[in-house]
Design a protein around this ligand. Structure first.
Ligand SMILES: Cc1ncc(C[n+]2csc(CCOP(=O)(O)OP(=O)(O)O)c2C)c(N)n1
Ligand SMILES: [Mg+2]
Length: 113
């Protein structure tokens, strides 16, 4: 869970939602030190209820940072159905910060051929 590669500029964390602040930090560094580079945060829909992740969405917009936030919605946060602890629509929540927000739907194959 706690991996970091300086060579690949990649990090992971066991703290739910930590990808947000880390990516905004990478984005801030990229903006000043590596123009043209983009930071990407990957997290689950459960993390969208974490305060620090929402703060990082806000700062990314306020500071015009080159960050892409990728939220994988599998409807579960371990044993908690996310619908039981989430208000509103996540896409609307992201858009409310003033960032472009789009949904991608995975089409699962019905067989393994
Ligand atoms: C700050 C924090 N709170 C609680 C946990 C315990 N925890 C580990 S995974 C998880 C659920 C994560 O759900 P989601 O963000 O939807 O990710 P998924 O596993 O579905 O990809 C929780 C609550 C944690 N690791 N960090
Ligand atoms: Mg999930």
């Amino acid at each position: 869970m706690h991996l970091f590669s300086k060579a690949h500029m990649a990090a992971s964390s066991g703290i739910v939602g930590a990808a947000g602040p880390a990516a905004s930090g990478f984005g801030l560094a990229a903006k000043h030190l590596r123009p043209g580079k983009v930071a990407i945060a990957f997290f689950g829909e459960g993390a969208m209820n974490q305060g620090m992740l929402l703060e990082s969405l806000n700062l990314a917009v306020a500071w015009n940072l080159p960050v892409v936030f990728v939220c994988k919605d599998n409807a579960w946060a371990i044993t908690t159905p996310s619908s039981s602890v989430t208000g509103g629509a996540l896409l609307d929540r992201a858009a409310s910060f003033g960032m472009p927000a789009v949904q991608a739907i995975e089409h699962k194959k019905l067989d393994h051929c």
